[in-house]
Structures are given as structure tokens and as C-alpha cells.
Design a protein around this ligand. Structure first.
Ligand code: HEM
Length: 154
């Protein structure tokens, strides 16, 4: 039976992220995080205008801590450089389209990263919350979640 016609076509709404070296480097980092999602823990708490997230590597593996920190900043730089990612996923398209309304402050931790994401715009705060739910699902379910539109619910 030919199942290909059932496969949902991924429609890229902001141009493909491209297959250049930077895109491949970014992808390699988050694939590593998805592969090793069981070594990652994340706590989020509400703050004024947004959230504060603390993401830690519970295995203490120094390389994975570096990968996590490089990923988080790499994604911010990508957005600041007007480069989209995961443009087939409506939530990431919204996150990209509102990137100028999102403040991103971070603090490197011995075993991870603490980030404060905020916005004056209540509609953008909702997108930040959905992205937070998405990262919790990536950490809980790994690639199973990353294959689906966000936020993934089993
Ligand atoms: C287990 C896998 C992953 C982990 C642990 C992770 C972790 C993080 C962390 C800690 C941040 C900083 C902001 C925050 O704390 O909310 C972040 C930001 C981000 N991540 Fe990931 N990530 C993962 C997978 C992915 C994947 C698969 C993608 C997309 C293909 C992605 C795209 C982004 C983007 C675009 C941002 C920047 C958000 C912004 O600047 O507003 N992440 N990620």
C-alpha cells in the first residue's frame, strides 16, 4: 500500500532555512539535544511580561552543556540575523515574525542556561508560552515531538 500520499507535506512559509553551513551547524546542535533529551531538565516560571527558564544537563556532560548553550544563543543570533528556522511549523513562523517584540536575556550556568523571554505585547507572550511548552515536549519526547507541529501533545 502506498502511504506516501498520506504523508503531510511540510509547507515552508518563510523560505526554507537553507542547507548552508550555518543551517547545518544549527541543525546538528538541536539534533544532538533531541537525541540526548533524557539528560536535559527544564524549569519555567512566570515573570512580568514573560517567563524565566532554567535548562540544565542532568548528566553533567560538559560537551552537552556547551551544545545547549551554543544552541540557545545560536537561535537568537539566527533570529537577529533575520534567518528563520523550522518554517513548516506555524508556531516557529509566529516566533520568527514577532522576534523584534521578544526580549531575550540569558545567564550561563555551570550546567546549563537561564533565559528570560518577555514582551510588552500580550499576544506575543502567548507565543512565548507556546514555545516554552514546545521545548518541554522536545525534552520529554525528543524526536517524536520534533516531528510534529508545535506544541506537541501525545
Ligand atoms: C531537546 C531539544 C531542545 C532544547 C533542550 C532546546 C533548548 C533551548 C533553550 C534553552 C533556548 C533558549 C530560550 C528558552 O529557554 O526558551 C532555546 C531557544 C530556541 N530554540 Fe531550542 N531547544 C531544543 C530544540 C530545538 C529545536 C528542535 C528547534 C527548532 C528546530 C529549536 C529552536 C529554538 C529557537 C528558534 C529558539 C530561540 C527562541 C527565541 O529567540 O525567541 N530548539 N532552545
Amino acid at each position: 500500500m502506498d502511504f506516501t500520499r498520506f504523508r503531510k507535506e511540510k509547507v515552508f512559509q518563510r523560505g526554507r532555512g537553507g542547507s548552508d553551513a550555518q543551517h547545518q551547524a544549527d541543525e546538528a546542535l538541536f539534533h544532538k539535544l533531541l537525541e540526548r533529551h533524557e539528560e536535559i531538565e527544564r524549569h519555567s516560571r512566570k515573570i512580568a511580561n514573560g517567563i524565566e527558564t532554567t535548562t540544565r544537563i542532568t548528566s553533567g556532560d560538559r560537551d552537552l552543556v556547551k551544545i545547549l548553550q551554543t544552541h540557545a544563543l545560536g537561535m537568537k543570533e539566527r533570529f537577529d540575523g533575520n534567518r528563520a528556522i523550522r518554517s513548516w511549523d506555524p508556531l516557529f513562523v509566529s516566533l520568527f515574525d514577532h522576534r523584534h517584540e521578544i526580549t531575550f536575556e540569558y545567564e550561563m550556568l555551570e550546567d546549563g542556561i537561564r533565559v528570560r523571554l518577555g514582551s510588552e505585547n500580550p499576544e506575543v507572550q502567548k507565543i512565548i508560552d507556546l514555545h516554552d511548552q514546545t521545548l518541554h515536549a522536545f525534552i520529554r519526547y525528543g524526536f517524536v515531538a520534533a516531528r510534529e507541529e508545535s506544541p506537541y501533545t501525545p
